[in-house]
Design a protein around this ligand. Structure first.
Ligand SMILES: [Mn+2]
Length: 359
């Protein structure tokens, strides 16, 4: 069935809309078709491709992949992220294309936001777009309200990179080794190496096509993604584990990072990506929470759930954040200890009404 739908996607622009209608309820906006987006890509010349602040592999890989494909069509493409290219993803092909946005705004024909649930999560990259005739929003976060003129928010996709691949294939856009490697990295990181629940047959089909079309060396990419961390990331984990606590009878696990500890270790924001998985991996844990003190009087909260019945996106939305059902986050005003208490109380309340399935 998934394969049929993939074929349908290629033959017309309407596969996407059909799938959305079938799922029903989960979408908050009218879907644009790949045809509509493809037309905009072909008919304009100047593009800005943007991604969310504190980017992950999905944001950076998707941005680079779409930019490279458009460049091959002879388009003028700027690729901006507030944080610029992260050290850990600097191995991505043509990583140098992705830069911090300029201080002075630049007009473009089309601005494309990728993997970004809330438009202001584009940070300074949003301000760098002086004017754009058309805004395109391609994402897979369930909390995305559907900002922009052309919108594809596919919450069934485990990664924005998967949607970009389908767009490229559906519209016959260029796909070479460099594009394939960026998309593979995007999908690999956002699926937790093809492990998270939204990883589907379609995901593996796409990975197969990327490996084949790009002649990718999976072992080498994985090594660069998962076996190339700086030592301080492990030193950070050691400090986090000292603060580890379990609550709600072992169903909630959390740890926290103070500004002081982060400064002592020389931690970069990217160092903690994925560390929360150590909490999630514990038997009996349903919700994992990572608290990080920020310099602006707020705390950053990352949350993971192992059960669809416990929707951490809903919890984070109560605090002004968002994300996916099983992976979400928020930035909350208040000191670290106070935020920890408020959030863990909310998680506890959610778990109280949650009944574990008997099977
Ligand atoms: Mn993503």
């Amino acid at each position: 069935m998934e394969l049929l739908e993939l074929v349908e996607d290629r033959s017309s622009g309407y596969g996407e809309r059909l799938r959305r209608d079938k799922q029903g309820g989960g979408y908050k906006m009218t879907a644009s078709t790949f045809d509509e987006i493809g037309r905009v890509l072909r008919e304009h010349q100047h593009f800005a491709i943007l991604g969310h602040v504190r980017p992950d592999g999905d944001a950076l890989g998707s941005q680079l992949a779409l930019a490279l494909s458009l460049q091959q069509l002879g388009k003028d493409v700027r690729v901006w992220n507030e944080d610029g290219m992260l050290e850990k993803y600097s191995f991505l092909p043509r990583a140098e294309l992705l830069t911090k946005p300029p201080a002075t705004a630049i007009d473009v024909d089309v601005a494309i936001a990728l993997d970004t649930a809330i438009q202001n999560r584009l940070g300074t990259a949003l301000a760098a777009v002086g004017s754009a005739k058309i805004w395109v929003n391609i994402d897979h976060h369930s909390s995305n309200p559907g900002y922009g003129d052309l919108v594809i928010v596919d919450v069934s996709a485990p990664a924005t990179g998967e949607i970009i691949f389908r767009l490229i294939r559906n519209q016959g856009l260029p796909l070479d080794h460099d594009i394939a490697e960026n998309l593979y990295a995007a999908i690999s990181t956002d699926t937790g190496s093809f492990q998270y629940p939204k990883t589907s047959a379609r995901t593996f089909e796409i990975a197969t096509e990327l490996v084949r079309a790009g002649g990718l060396n999976v072992g080498k990419i994985s090594q660069q993604l998962y076996e190339n961390y700086p030592r301080r990331r492990l030193e950070l984990l050691r400090e986090l584990l000292r603060t580890m606590r379990f609550s709600e009878g072992g169903r909630v696990a959390s740890f926290s990072l103070t500004l002081r500890t982060a400064a002592d270790l020389g931690v970069l924001p990217e160092d903690n990506e994925g560390l929360i998985d150590h909490l999630r991996a514990v038997r009996g844990v349903i919700v994992a929470v990572f608290f990080e003190e920020l310099a602006d009087g707020k705390a950053r909260v990352s949350m993971r759930s192992k059960d669809e019945a416990v929707d951490v996106c809903a919890i984070c939305q109560k605090f002004g954040g968002g994300g996916h059902t099983l992976a979400a986050g928020a930035r909350i005003r208040g000191n670290l200890v106070e935020v920890e208490e408020r959030v863990l109380k909310e998680v506890g309340d959610k778990l109280e009404v949650y009944q574990r399935p008997s099977s």
